[in-house]
Design a protein around this ligand. Structure first.
Ligand code: AMP
Length: 612
């Protein structure tokens, strides 16, 4: 499914931010869908079968002009629909099949080459056209025979394409169209020289389409020297498809986010990851905390100069950093695409930013994972994201110590499997098999490796999620409903637990603050809250027994009016039912009936914390 084809994208996602002045965006000629392009009926039919109804912005703008033979620079990334933007005119050109290679698509990775081939095949189901994919790491045999049989379309990685050119198994003398897909990624992977050699091997009269998410100077230079009077199209991030990115969410109270982050990073072990936070202060704080716990992490925020930013990103690219903690402003427009994970430590304020953030992963046909940290109070925001994007953001449990340990062991097994085995050791295998259990050797090797990596296997690791996550978080309902829920459902005393807070009205505490703190930090529902008593120097909140036990098991403090305040189970008080002085009011949220005299003050309002 495409997130937002053309007009729909504009309608759904044009939220807070003005667009970053793209060169062109509005669909131009696609009012009538794909049938309005000068495309063969068979191609249009195939698109219909795929459910493509409305061209995406880049398709709307590119297709007709590419059909006319224009060169093109498309500033677009995976998810924009760029494959069809070049693929449909390409198929139109070679629709009758035939032998000489007439179209070549160069991609940075094998994964992307296979993905492009698959997409082209799906648009060409009704055409007599064959396609060959050539990439490194695979044997030459099948690629050679496919090329010998004759194919009009080749999709491949630059190195292997060049090899075939040099060996004479690939002839580009009849080439009419050359597509450079994800050019910036090819540059990053050191393929630019190969790309230029391939360009030089193609006839002067070919059409070149260059796609790149970013436009570093070197890509501009290639475009200037190899493309003729190209049209240039830029696609906004908000029109992206995020289907290829696995989206997950973890419910986590604000104060446990660092623990959750550490656990997620330890279990998932991203090759490179980007953690988004809301503020510059949080950026430094989170990066510091990670670095202190031994994670290779650094911060990327607005105060850093361009040089410092580039150095951070360079360390990420080269594998010396695994985690970059960034704010939206700092990460804007920066090429950080080869990352495997995006973690929304703080949720962004709008859908557009969310799409922009998670679009930083899942590049060049690789898999990408986006994990959102959601406080219990933000449940509604996630449902809104899901509705706007028409995706399910799957809940994920916080990795337990055991899960982290298992993940580390799995990586060690993979490391052992991937180790190059010298011949001398292979020879040893025959003698070993006789007397020694190979399993014992494998376990021995793992034990040694764990020791080396500081993994303590001497104690059993806890298979349960951390204590704070075990409590479970009921999705928080709207405040109004919470309160009326409490009012409608008074519980008998025996079913309740009373919490004690050592602060009260003298510090400005109001009943609403207590409800807010409980809902935000523990995720309990308003209907679990019973009577609230605010005295000058202490406060009490009654909760259903079940909720109270959950809260006490997972929390020994809560954030109340910006301060961390210890909580405990209240001791039975003498004169329980006769407070000397009422403070504040919870209005309709206060349980009635069997609870004795009203304690909250007379000013309570629905939806507000009440006045002192
Ligand atoms: P791409 O950016 O070319 O990798 O395309 C991203 C995803 O969008 C792929 O799953 C395509 O199948 C899908 N897609 C591309 N164009 C359209 C369209 N016009 N309507 C619906 N889905 C599309």
């Amino acid at each position: 499914m495409l997130l937002q084809p053309a007009a729909a994208a504009e309608r759904h996602l044009s939220t807070a931010h003005p667009s970053p002045a793209p060169m062109s965006l509005e669909p131009t000629s696609a009012g009538g869908g794909f049938a309005s392009f000068s495309l063969d009926r068979r191609i249009v039919d195939a698109l219909g079968a795929l459910g493509f109804e409305t061209p995406t912005p880049i398709q709307a703008q590119a297709i007709e002009q590419v059909l006319e033979g224009r060169d093109l620079i498309g500033r677009a990334r995976t998810g924009s629909g760029k494959t069809a933007a070049f693929g449909l005119p390409l198929l139109e050109r070679v629709k009758d099949g035939g032998a000489p290679v007439r179209a070549l698509v160069l991609t940075p990775t094998r994964e992307l080459a296979l993905q492009v081939t698959e997409a082209l095949r799906s648009y060409a189901t009704k055409l007599p056209v064959s396609i060959v994919t050539i990439y490194g790491g695979a044997s030459y045999g099948p690629q050679n025979s496919a090329l010998r049989r004759g194919v009009p379309i080749v999709v491949g990685t630059p190195g292997r394409v060049l090899d075939h050119l040099r060996r004479g198994s690939l002839d580009l003398s009849q080439l009419e169209m050359l597509v450079l897909d994800e050019a910036d990624e090819m540059l990053r992977m050191g393929f630019l020289e190969d790309v230029e050699t391939v360009l030089a091997a193609a006839p002067a009269e070919r059409q070149v389409l260059l796609f790149s998410a970013t436009m570093p100077a070197e890509i501009r230079r290639v475009a200037a020297s190899h493309l003729r009077d190209p049209i240039e199209i830029q696609v906004e991030e908000r029109a992206l498809c995020v289907d290829h990115i696995t989206q997950k969410r973890i419910t986590v109270p604000q104060r446990h986010k660092l623990d959750a982050l550490g656990r997620v990073l330890a279990a998932e072990f991203p090759e490179a990851s980007l953690v988004f936070v809301r503020t510059r202060a949080a950026c430094a704080e989170v990066a510091d905390a990670l670095a202190k716990s031994g994670v290779d992490a650094d911060a990327l925020h607005g105060e850093l100069g361009q040089g410092a930013r580039e150095r951070v990103l360079q360390r990420l690219r080269s594998g010396r950093l695994r985690v970059v903690v960034a704010t939206d402003v700092a990460a804007r427009g920066i090429d950080v695409e080869h990352i495997t994970h995006v973690i929304n430590f703080d949720l962004p304020s709008d859908v557009e930013s969310y799409v922009h953030r998670i679009g930083r992963t899942g590049r060049a046909g690789r898999a990408g994972t986006a994990i959102a940290f959601v406080t219990p109070a933000e449940e509604r925001k996630v449902r809104w994201l899901e509705r706007s994007l028409r995706v399910a953001i799957a809940p994920m449990t916080v990795p337990s110590d055991r899960a982290i340990q298992d993940a580390r062991l799995e990586r060690m097994v993979a490391e052992l499997r991937a180790a190059e085995v010298p011949e001398a050791l292979e020879a040893l295998l025959d003698t070993l098999e006789e007397e020694t259990s190979l399993r014992a050797i494998a376990l021995g090797a793992l034990a040694r490796l764990s020791e080396k990596h500081g993994l303590d296997l001497s104690r059993p690791a806890d298979a349960e999620p951390p204590r704070w996550a075990r409590a479970g978080f009921a999705p928080r309902k709207g405040r109004g409903r919470e309160r009326s829920g409490a009012a409608r459902a008074p519980r008998p005393e025996g079913d309740e637990i009373e919490l004690f807070f050592p602060v009260g009205a003298a510090r400005g505490v109001r009943p609403g603050d207590l409800v807010g703190a409980l809902a935000n930090d523990t995720g309990i529902a308003g209907s679990d809250v019973g009577r609230i008593t605010v005295l000058p120097h202490k406060s009490f909140v009654r909760l259903s027994r079940e909720a109270g036990e959950r809260v006490l098991a997972a929390h020994d403090e809560l954030e109340l009016r910006g301060r961390r305040v210890p909580i405990a189970k209240a001791r039975p008080r003498s004169g329980e039912h006769a407070p000397r002085k009422p403070f504040g009011g919870r209005g309709k949220g206060r349980p009635k009936g069997p609870k004795g005299p009203r304690r909250a003050g007379p000013h309570g309002k629905r939806g507000k914390g009440g006045k002192r």
